[in-house]
Design a protein around this ligand. Structure first.
Ligand code: 4AD
Ligand code: MG
Length: 419
């Protein structure tokens, strides 16, 4: 805006300092921060005293003329002619040098920080882009349940709830419900909270996270992987455009994001294990690798890449066994570079009734719990595939965060359910 234009702002005092009869307040609203100057000679003694008594985070309404000042953040400041304090703030407990636990206990206040605000904006746009892309490509958004009666990803991480006196569980994945819906809508997606009772606290595990999942009828693993890489390219490239300022403020290396272009490299699980062994890791074919090994793998490429064809013994029963090698399944993980690791897990699904039944029993589950899931293979089964993307994993990577907890406003993990 031009110098001299009259503007009005409602917001919160982000920073404040006083030089004689001049008060400088930096007022924050959802769009950013602007410096405002209040002079006693202009607003009068009474108003001046009112602002003098307003501490950081007090809410204010101010209006006045804009003028250029290189010392002000953003290069402009407001010369206040009128204003009032709407809500006076107590002494704000966050000064800027507190530890992690204190900031987590005061998350309800810490969320006002520029840092977390930037992350939330990146997340908003990532979600918007995912919806936009799938809608453009002809996919339908659906709303699966969160209270469920059976495990998708194994019993170890299930949260049990008391459902009118009967046991039920919080959903780990909407996958099985999405598989139901492809028989009418063919290509579906959902954004649903997923729950995992992860016992250990890590940089990339939450006990509640937002799960973006897709399921497509008639798609084989190859087609799904092609679609997956186009999706990730679309989201990242548009994020660079639409959230450039926030990403820069967060200190994100944009050049690395610019390299996120399809097609992505692929390696098989077998190759991944060979690589790990060559690098001194004590691991055998058939073992699952952990977060540290996964981080080693991400040094292989400078952009996201797929790891494919895992042993069926370490993957869930629903993944389709590979016709060319019965020991492995047609599943993949998409790993983000720079040590971030898995952001997407997907597969072609077992579409044969007999094989699926056998796999359920093999893995020690009761087929009765999966009667409706098995039914889908009895009434016009089709080849189909899908994946799940952890939204906070995606945000952690694209925003360059050190810890997944900052990719969600109110993180949940072991020993943390407040605020
Ligand atoms: O690899 P996962 O366990 O796969 C599934 O749940 C499939 N049923 C999804 C599907 O095919 N529809 O989880 C999928 C993704 C992971 O790649 C990861 O990004 C994220 O969900 N995720 C977590 N994110 C944060 N905290 C956790 N504890 C997570 N567990 C998985
Ligand atoms: Mg996985």
């Amino acid at each position: 805006m031009e110098d001299g234009s009259e503007v009005s702002i409602r917001g919160w005092i982000h920073r404040k300092f006083q030089v004689g009869k001049k008060i400088f307040i930096r007022v924050r609203d959802s769009s950013g921060v602007i410096q405002c100057v209040i002079e006693e000679g202009v607003v009068g003694k009474e108003k001046f005293n009112e602002f003098e008594g307003a501490k950081r985070e007090s809410s204010v309404v101010v209006s006045g003329k804009l003028r250029t000042d290189e010392r002000a953040p953003g290069g402009k400041e407001m010369y206040v002619s009128e204003g009032k304090v709407v809500g006076f703030a107590d002494d704000f407990p966050i000064k800027g040098y507190e530890g992690v636990e204190f900031l987590l206990d005061n998350r309800h206040l810490w969320l006002r920080s520029t840092y977390l605000t930037n992350v939330m904006k990146v997340k908003h746009t990532a979600l918007k882009l995912l919806r936009e892309f799938h809608t453009q490509e002809g996919w339908w958004e659906v709303t699966p349940p969160i209270i469920t009666s059976s495990a998708v990803e194994g019993g170890a991480t299930l949260f049990k709830v008391d459902y009118f006196g009967e046991p039920a569980y919080l959903s780990q994945s909407a996958q099985f419900y999405l598989e139901v819906l492809i028989y009418s809508l063919e290509k579906v997606f959902a954004l649903t909270p997923s729950f995992r009772a992860e016992k250990s606290r890590t940089r990339r595990h939450l006990s509640e996270y937002y799960h973006f999942e897709i399921e497509g009828a008639w798609m084989d693993m190859e087609e799904l992987m092609k679609f997956t890489e186009r999706t990730v390219e679309y989201v990242v490239q548009n994020l660079i455009d639409e959230r450039q300022k926030e990403l820069e403020d967060l200190g994100r290396d944009i050049e690395s994001l610019k390299r996120v272009k399809a097609p992505f490299e692929r390696i098989t699980y077998t190759k991944a294990i060979e690589f790990l062994k060559q690098n001194g890791v004590n691991i055998e074919w058939g073992n699952d690798y952990g977060a540290d090994e996964e981080a080693m793998l991400t040094k292989l490429f400078d952009r996201p890449f797929f790891v494919t064809h895992f042993p069926k013994t370490i993957k869930p029963f629903y993944m389709k066994v590979d016709e060319n090698d019965e020991r492995v399944v047609k599943g993949f993980d998409l790993l983000a570079p720079e040590g971030y690791g898995e952001i997407i897990g997907g597969s072609q699904r077992e579409d044969s009734y007999d094989v699926l039944l056998k796999r359920i029993v093999e893995q020690g589950y009761d087929p009765k719990d999966y009667y409706w899931y098995l039914d889908l293979r009895k009434y016009g089964s089709v080849p189909h595939s899908g994946y799940g993307l952890g939204i906070e994993r995606l945000v952690m990577w694209v925003a360059g965060l050190e810890h997944i907890r900052d990719a969600i406003p109110f993180p949940r993990f072991r020993e943390r359910s407040k605020p």
